[in-house]
Design a protein around this ligand. Sequence first.
Ligand SMILES: *Cc1c(COP(=O)(O)O)cnc(C)c1O
Length: 226
Amino acid sequence: MTDVQNNLQSVLKNIPQNIKLVAVSKFHPAQSVIEAIEAGQNLFGENRVQEAAQKFDEIREKGYNPELHIIGSLQRNKVKEAVRIASMIESVDRTELLDEIEKQCAKINKTIQILFEIHTGEESKSGFESKDALEAALKNFEKGMYPHIQIKGFMTMAPLTQDEALIRKSFKTLKNLQSQIQKEYPAYDFGELSMGMSGDYKIAIEEGSTMVRIGTAIFGARDYSK
Ligand SMILES: *Cc1c(COP(=O)(O)O)cnc(C)c1O
């Protein structure tokens, strides 16, 4: 077994079967992704569209068929490429983005899944800031503006801190928002809660995560100079 495969096994031991693992392969090469695929992992996350497109086109050309989520903040001019390569965009942080996602999905006749990214911690910069902002987006769904977009739930990043109470608070905020919104908008399914990364996924699972996004603990440290 390779390091990636060993790490993957160790991480999987800590994650209950019913929780999805998104293996975050940003900054790591196609070869590392293939090692994970060969060990049984089929779902990956990337936060930069261009890097993801190159890497996953290469992997798919080799005959593998992994599923990909975009998890990083997305510029409008990258949406076309993002919807081509991904099955889900976890980082929808503003209504304007939904307009572009709908437009690009309509062109290729594809339905894409999304999560609403919510700003719950001090340090993360992206995400809907308030319930009002989120509800403006939901009103557009109710008007039928997004036939090619399927809502699946919410995503958040906890603050990067050692303070476990702050991390927990951030996850609880997301869980509470989910319960409220699900009650107010019963026509949609907000069941997925994407929360938890290498440093905090055990806490996230305790707080109700259904999907964890783990990079470093599987692929090792990232080399940002590349
Ligand atoms: C990079 C990244 C992760 C994974 O972080 P690790 O600490 O390496 O596990 C998870 N979520 C998002 C949004 C990321 O950008």
